[in-house]
Each structure stands twice: as C-alpha cells, then as structure tokens.
Design a protein around this ligand. Structure first.
Ligand SMILES: Nc1ncnc2c1ncn2[C@@H]1O[C@H](COP(=O)(O)OP(=O)(O)OP(=O)(O)O)[C@@H](O)[C@H]1O
Length: 417
C-alpha cells in the first residue's frame, strides 16, 4: 500500500549569509566563468588517508570557494553552445529534477558529466542552490567534484553545471549485482567513505536529505577506493524550514512519511542518519527493510513493536546482523529523531566491530564477475555495464540457494523508490 504525496519545492533557502560573498570585481567574475576543463588546483583532491586530515583539508578549501546568493541575476549564468564546447554522448541517469549526460570537453578531451535542469520546470533559484552546495562541498574526497561555472544552453531550454564523470556504477547497481548483499568488508570500506563525507556535510551544518544508494557513486567497482556522494538538490542548512517536496521513498524517516501536504518541516541531521541506517541494511542484505516507514507497512510495524519492547521476538530478517550492528540499526532507525546517533557514533561501530554474526560464505560479486575494461564500461553505462560470468557450478549453486533462502525467509521489499 503506497501512499503518494505531491509536494512543492518552492522554498528558497535564505540562509546563505554565513558564506563569503561573491567577488564584486567583474574581472574576477570573468575568471570564475571558465568553461570547465581540468579541476582547479585549489580543489585538487587530497590523497591523505587520515579522516581528520581530510576533514580539515576540505574545510580549508571550501572556505575559498565562491558561494553565491540564490537571488542573483542571470548574468552569472553563462550561455553556452553545447555543440561547440562538448561532444555530448549518452544519458547517464535521470531524476525528478533533471538528467545527467556523459560528454567530452572538446578542448581538454576530458570526459565529464553534464547535469541538466530543464526550464521552465526548474526554477533558477533551485539550480543556483544546487550548484552552490555541490561546488561548496566539492573539496572533500568523498564528494563528487563539481567544476566552477553555471551555464545555460544557447536556446535557454536548460540550465546546467559540470561534474567529474563516474565511469563505473552507483551503490545501487553494485548491490543489485550481488545477491544476498555485499560482504562485510566491502560494506565497511564503502561506509567509511560515505560517513567521512557525511561528517563533513554535518560539520558544515548541512543536511543532504536525499541519501540513497543511487546517489553514492563508486568509481572503481573492484576495490572501492573511490566512493563519492552526489546530488545536492535537496541539501539544506540545519534548522531551515522546508515545505514538502517529494513522494515518500524507502529511505525516508517516519516523520517524513507522516507529514501531510503543505506541512512545514524543520531540517535536521537525523534525517540523514535514518537514510544511512537504511543504506547500511541494504548493503549487507541486498534488500530494503521495508517499503515505507509507516505502521501501515508490516515489516516497519514489526520493527517498531520490537523497539518499543511490545514484541519480544525480533523478526527473522534482522538475524544476520551482529549485536553491534543491531545496536547501530536501533539507533539509526529510531522513530524518535532526537535519539538517533551521529555520524561519528556510527563510524565507531562500522570501523571497529563485526557487522554480521557470520562471515558471508557468498560470493563477493568481484569473485564471480569479470568486468570489461573501463572504456567498455563507460560505453555501457546507463543500462547495466556488461558483465561476464565466470563459469562456476559451485558459485551458481550457492547463488541460487542463497537467493531462494532469502526469498523465503523475508518479505521481498520492492527496490523501487
Ligand atoms: N557524475 C556522474 N557520473 C556518472 N553518473 C552520474 C553522475 N551524476 C549522476 N549520475 C547518474 O545519474 C543519476 C541521476 O543523477 P542525480 O541523482 O544527480 O539527478 P537528480 O535529478 O538530482 O535525481 P533525484 O531524483 O534523485 O533528485 C544518478 O543516480 C547516477 O546514476
């Protein structure tokens, strides 16, 4: 039973005053309008592995970035003849607000992603806000790099900005290709990076509000060394008030599922913590715990009853999680927003503790699939990258048995959001 809300995102965030003003000098402005080429030196990614250093680095760099008030005039959005500047290839993805296309910057030969916002459906203020947050957060190594410059197409049919291109896949695709979920080690590696980015955002008092597996991009699907968060279209400052703007999906906290049209909501970091809890469950199990965090949805109702100690028996679907993981899930997927954990608290468990009761005897999907080279992966991106299965009877048997057992042991929750 899916309840669909129609929302309006007409809210304009006025809370930009803590940010540095845009350079008033027209010459400097012109410099800022470079039609993207290589990422600027200023925002060059740090390779330092130390989390604290990464955070400090990112903070230092982001202070130098341009932050523009959302009510600026059109003069800062440069008109570009797409065909002249880029070779535009296939669509990489679509969302509610626009679409992303793979392109090559003709001059630099750099493969990039163009994020388009069709007009007039998308208001200028919304485009500018998303660009600002994306650009502002870029210095963090686990946040997608957004290049300097706001553009619109020559015919004024769409705004766009430019981002680095992820040639591989999103976390959603990685999990979908791994029946029964990812291994503990892979989940740990991915989450360490995701949490590092989220710690940075939260330390800047920003809430992502749209965390989901599709918005976590994995640049190297074999080793997971480059994992980045994207899509800052719904990002807002902590304590801003927003009108409702979207349908409810399986990543949403119960307070979002209960809100009715036109009700105002105060933005809080705990919204992201809930979504991180859902993604954590999804990574390790390969399925979502429920379709919607509403008591009308049985799997959620059962979880809530157990949390309130009204039911002594934890539903079977939670069995594989270790004691510490379950503790984390209890504190992330807590209906009381104020009792939810912080990113830091999550990180303690994820980096130091066992996540599953038993190590998965399954196939990490790296063991069973051989990937084509990056060139081919790029060409096939958008559908599902072509994969070649290694011939392994044992692998197939485990694969099938595991999938069947999962089907039987828990309610299949729709993966659609
Ligand atoms: N830089 C990139 N490189 C490769 N693929 C990308 C990139 N950015 C986005 N995508 C793909 O395009 C999809 C849509 O992009 P994005 O989420 O930014 O759009 P959106 O309109 O903001 O979506 P939403 O409805 O979630 O708000 C992503 O899920 C991802 O699969």
């Amino acid at each position: 039973m899916e309840c669909v809300y129609i929302f309006e995102d007409s809210f304009i965030d006025e809370n930009f005053d803590a940010q540095p003003e845009l350079d008033k000098n027209p010459e400097d402005r012109e410099k800022q309008r470079k039609i993207i080429a290589a990422p600027s030196v200023r925002r060059a990614k740090s390779s330092i592995d130390n989390e604290t250093k990464q955070l400090q680095e990112a903070r230092k760099k982001r202070r130098n970035t341009v932050f523009i008030k959302s009510n600026l005039g059109m003069d800062l959005i440069k008109k570009v003849d797409l065909e002249e500047v880029y070779d535009v290839f296939k669509q990489l993805g679509t969302g509610r607000f626009g679409y992303v296309q793979l392109a090559e910057h003709k001059q630099s030969k750099l493969k990039i992603a163009l994020k388009f916002f069709p007009r007039p459906q998308i208001k200028q203020a919304d485009f500018v806000r998303e660009y600002n947050y994306s650009y502002f957060l870029s210095p963090h190594p686990n946040i997608i790099d957004t290049y300097e410059g706001m553009y619109q197409t020559h015919d004024e049919s769409a705004f766009f900005f430019v981002q680095e291109f992820c040639p591989s896949a999103s976390l959603r695709e990685a999990v979908e290709r791994s029946p029964g979920g990812l291994t503990e080690d892979v989940t740990r590696v991915i989450f360490t990076k995701v949490l590092s980015a989220m710690e940075f955002m939260h330390s800047e008092n920003l809430v992502h509000r749209n965390l989901k597996a599709e918005n976590i991009l994995i640049f190297d699907i074999e080793r997971y060394t480059r994992v980045k968060i994207t899509d800052f279209g719904l990002t807002r400052k902590v304590d801003s008030t927003v009108k409702y703007l979207e349908y409810v999906n399986c990543y949403h906290a119960p307070e979002l599922c209960e809100t009715v049209v036109n009700e105002v909501l105060t933005v809080n970091k705990s919204l992201d913590i809930w979504s991180l809890g859902i993604i954590f469950y999804y990574c390790l199990k390969g399925k979502f715990p429920w379709q919607k965090a509403s008591i009308m949805c049985k799997p959620y109702w059962e979880w809530e009853q157990w949390l309130k100690r009204k039911s002594p028996q934890l539903p079977k679907r939670w069995d594989p999680f270790s004691e510490k993981s379950l503790k984390l899930l209890k504190r992330c997927l807590n209906p009381k927003a104020k009792d939810r954990w912080t990113v830091k608290e999550m990180r303690k468990i994820i980096t130091k503790e066992r996540l599953l009761k038993e190590a998965k005897h399954t196939f990490s999907f790296d063991d069973h699939f051989v990937y084509l080279d990056e060139e081919n992966t790029v060409k096939n991106y958008g559908t599902i990258p072509k994969i070649t299965k290694k011939k392994s009877a044992l692998g197939n048997w485990i694969n099938n048995t595991w999938a069947t057992m999962s089907e039987i042991s828990e309610q299949v929750v729709s993966a659609q959001d």
